[in-house]
Structure formats: C-alpha cells, structure tokens
Design a protein around this ligand. Structure first.
Ligand code: NAD
Length: 485
C-alpha cells in the first residue's frame, strides 16, 4: 500500500513514516467534491527538531557521496516519476482541483526539474586559473550548504517542491520539506518514489503542518538555508525572519500579472492565450494573467471575444473529460473571491461576466465561474490585490507607454506579456517593463527548470532565484583556494 492510500498522513523522517507529535489534524477535502481525502497532521517544533537532527546527521554522509553517484539516483527517480505520471497527475487534480490536463503538465514541469538536477556533476564544477602570479594558482570549488528547509504553497503541489528538493539534494544538501497543509498528499508519494530510487535515509524529510513547522525551520540552527514559495506577506515575513536568524533565503511571492494587447495583435491568438492564462488552474497561478491592458481601439472587440470564449469554458471536476475550469481551493477562498466581485462592482468597474451566476457556483465543490471586469482603474482594489481566482480585469489605455506605466505601478513584478506583431514595440516593452518574466505572444511565460524563475519587486525577496544557475548558486557555497607550489 502506498502512503497516498493512508488517510491519516504521516511525516517522513529518516526514511520512515512516523506519526507527528501532535493530536491536531486538519481535513484535506477534494475541492471539486468536498470528499475528505486525508487528515494532515499539524506538526510541532519538536517534530522539526527531530527532522533537523536527522538531516544534519545524513548530511555528513550525503555531502561526501560522489556527485555522479548522487546524480544516478536522480536519473532513477526521473524514471519512476515518468512511470507513475498518471497517478501523480490524478493526485494533483484531486487535492488541488485543477484539470487533469493541467495536472499532467504540472507533473512534466516537476520531472524537468529532476532532469536539470541530474546534471549535478556539470552544474557543480568550479573554476580554476593556473597562474594568478608566478607559480601561484587559484581555484573555486562548490560545496553543499547543509540542511535546507523548503516551504511550499497549495497551487503547484508537484512543480514547486520540485523547484527545491531535487536540485538541493543533487548538490549534496539534505532537505526538510513542509508542504502546503491544503495539498499535502502528493509530497508523500514523491518522497516514497525517491526512496524507491535509492535515496538514503534522512536525505529528504517531510514535516507536515502550518505556522509552527515554518517557525521551527526559521529558528533551527541546524537549518542554514530556506526556500519559500507562497503569498507576499508570508514571503516578506520568511525573508526577514530567516535573514535575521543568519540564514540564506529565497522567498518567491505573489503577483498581479498584466497582458498588454496592441491594436496590431493577432486577436484570436491573444484571446486564446489570455483565457488560458486567466482561467487555467482557476486563476490560482503566480503567473496567471489577472489584468488585460487593451491599447487603443482593440478594446471593444477584445472584451467581446474574451466574454464569448469565457462562456465556452467547461467547468467541473478536473478529472472529468473536457473540463477546463476546476474549483478554487477552499470554500473560504470562493467566498473571498465573490466578495472581490462585490468590491469591483462598488468601485464602479463594469461587470461583463459574473462567475457567481454560473450554475456550478451553487454546486457542492468550491466553484466560481470566469469573471470579467471592464473599465478597471488603477485606483481600484480589484486592480491592486492579487485575487488568485478566475477574475480578469480589463484596463483601457491609449498607448504602449501608458500600458507599461500602468503595469509598472503595481507593487508586484512577476510576469507581463505583450501581444503584438511589431518588433520595436517588443523592444520597448522589454527595456521598460519592471517585471522579471516577460512573454511575447505567449500568455504564461514561466521559465523552464534550467532558467531562473525571476520575479521582481514584491514578487520576490532575496537575490538568488529558484532554478537554473541561480538555484545551483543558492544550494552551494564556494571555497576559493590560492596555492603556491
Ligand atoms: P501561503 O502564503 O498561504 O502559504 C505558503 C506556505 O506558507 C504554506 O506552506 C503555509 O503553510 C505557510 N504559511 C502560510 N501562512 C503562514 C504564516 N503566517 N506563518 C508561517 N507560515 C505560513 O500561500 P498559498 O495560498 O499556499 O499559495 C498561493 C500564493 O503563492 C499566491 O500568492 C501565489 O502567487 C504564490 N506563489 C508564488 C509563486 C512564485 O513563483 N512567485 C509560485 C507559486 C505560488
């Protein structure tokens, strides 16, 4: 029996499935049906301490394991993830609600991280100069940092943990993962498969829970590095607290991503991409498009086409054939989203499509239909806040300059897209937009595992981003040697 068949979830410490030191458990419902999938323990700081001791001990062995040997386990892990792809995707859909097709794609994004990490022997290479002076040579060597703590959000139960532990572990670190308590199931299966691939005990540990586990990691002296992905206020807290405790930290945060549509854009393509980016995963993506900036006379036809396309989207349980739009994560999140729609109306935006009127809004799961506001202004709360739901705001402007100025007023700086056929507009956009991930005629410009995930402003706290060479630098520390012979 795999861990996913067990309703009362356990922690994974030193290669064993152990009960948390708590009697506090939280139910994990399938957001499409309300069916309880499992009970997640709200572990304590003592559980973190136990895991940290184990991980510190395992680090002695793992950090000295030759890099090609470590990489070989990642190759085996990659194969096991591929072999179990369907099961993993189904589990993502069940605990998160996104459509099976999207979940399947998410599993691929996770596998790609493992593939990148399997290049550890090349990624960990240092640099040398044989003669920095007569008979004196200099060289840089990379070493792992120690025990890394990873704290992840609910919206990508596979991809986001895979940004962290495969690369950290390939670099020779040991790891304690604190998955989102709202989507904790998949993590246990991921650990189980890693163990099957031959990962030694204590290298990857999972401690389920919420604030106490996070604070336990932030305070623990055996944990010198923290990787976090989640909402902006928590990212800021993690960054400040971890840094205050002398740890290196990367904290990826929230977003409010703008897509600018120029009058010369291929409108059908732009609409297709914006619809997928705004409503895919029910808008619960840090790269979701939540604002469309319509430039000049494109606005009327753009809004009309967005509305027509939104009307076509099939809502329901993500495991059902043809479903595009699943539920949001919890009832409270559905209510919060409905409240934002009220706020938008009160603020004077034009409600073109109201997701509260869709039939599925009244069904058992946490469904809310695609929503479109037109004539949104930057003074409005619905423009400023990350709603993290299928709510799209349209802002009308007269020029590309105005569109970029508007986008740059946002506190966030994760992604932005431009739809145009004009090369010099693309250049102007690239040079002047204040975000870290740019799309040109692409709706979700999320970088692949070998590039860094590069949010700016309040979308990121730290300096080395997740993935790519940044990830390698974050999970390693260097030694410089200067030698005379
Ligand atoms: P969240 O901030 O509520 O939770 C993230 C993690 O932090 C969870 O493991 C949770 O248990 C923990 N946590 C929450 N509140 C805490 C507190 N007060 N103290 C200590 N720990 C706490 O985020 P979420 O709702 O799970 O995820 C959605 C958010 O994540 C969105 O804002 C989204 O934009 C962001 N996100 C960002 C990226 C990115 O790459 N920038 C990627 C994915 C998601």
């Amino acid at each position: 029996m795999t861990q996913t068949a067990i309703k009362k979830l356990k922690n994974f410490i030193n290669g064993e499935w152990v009960e948390a030191n708590t009697d506090q458990y939280q139910s994990v419902p399938n957001p499409a049906t309300g069916e309880i999938l499992g009970e997640v323990p709200i572990s304590t700081k003592e559980d973190v301490e136990t895991a940290a001791k184990v991980a510190r001990e395992a680090f002695k062995m793992w950090s000295k394991t030759p890099v090609p040997k470590r990489a070989r386990i990642l190759f085996k892990y990659q194969q096991l993830l591929v072999d179990n792809w369907d099961e993993l995707a189904e589990l993502v859909t069940k605990e998160n609600g996104k459509s099976y097709k999207e979940a399947y794609g998410e599993v691929l994004r996770g596998i790609e991280c493992v593939e990148f990490a399997a290049g550890a022997p090349t990624l960990m290479m240092g640099e040398q100069l044989p003669d920095i002076a007569s008979n004196i040579e200099s060289g840089m060597y990379r070493y792992p940092v120690g025990v890394v703590g990873g704290i992840t959000p609910f919206n990508f139960p596979m991809m986001v943990p895979c940004w962290m532990y495969p690369l950290a572990i390939a670099m020779g670190n040991t790891f304690i993962l604190k998955p989102s308590e709202r989507t904790p199931l998949l993590a246990n299966r991921l650990a189980e498969l890693f163990q099957e691939a031959g990962l030694p005990n204590g290298v990857l540990n999972i401690v389920h829970g919420a604030h106490d586990v996070v604070n336990g990691l932030l305070e623990n002296k055996d944990v010198p590095a923290i990787s976090f992905v989640g909402s902006q206020p928590v990212a800021e807290y993690i960054y400040k607290t971890a840094a205050n405790n002398g740890k290196r930290v990367q904290a990826l945060a929230g977003a409010k991503n703008h897509s600018i549509v120029m009058p010369d854009a291929n409108l059908d393509l732009a609409v297709k991409e914006v619809i997928a980016a705004a409503y895919g995963s029910a808008g619960e993506r840090c790269m979701a498009c939540s604002v469309v900036v319509a430039v000049g006379d494109v606005a009327d036809s753009l809004v009309q086409k967005l509305n027509e396309n939104a009307n076509e989207l099939q809502m329901g349980n993500g495991l059902d054939e043809g479903v595009f739009l699943g539920p949001v994560i919890r009832q409270e999140h559905k209510e919060k989203t409905a409240n934002y729609i009220d706020i938008g109306e009160r603020e004077g935006a034009t409600l073109i499509r109201d997701g509260r009127k869709d039939e599925s809004f009244h069904e058992e799961g946490y469904f809310i239909g695609p929503t479109i506001f037109d004539n949104v202004k930057p003074s409005m709360k619905i423009w400023k806040d990350e709603i993290f739901a299928p709510v799209l705001s349209v802002v009308r402007v007269n020029s590309l300059e105005e569109a970029i100025d508007l986008t740059n007023q946002s506190d966030f700086g994760n992604g932005a897209c431009l739809f145009t056929q004009n090369g010099s507009d693309v250049r102007y956009f690239r040079e002047n937009i204040q975000v870290g991930m740019l799309g040109v005629n692409v709706g979700v410009p999320a970088p692949m595992a070998f590039f860094p995930f590069s949010g700016w402003k309040n979308s990121f706290y730290g300096d080395l981003h997740a993935n790519g060479k940044d990830g390698v630098a974050f999970y390693t520390r260097r030694k410089m040697i200067t030698a005379r012979w």
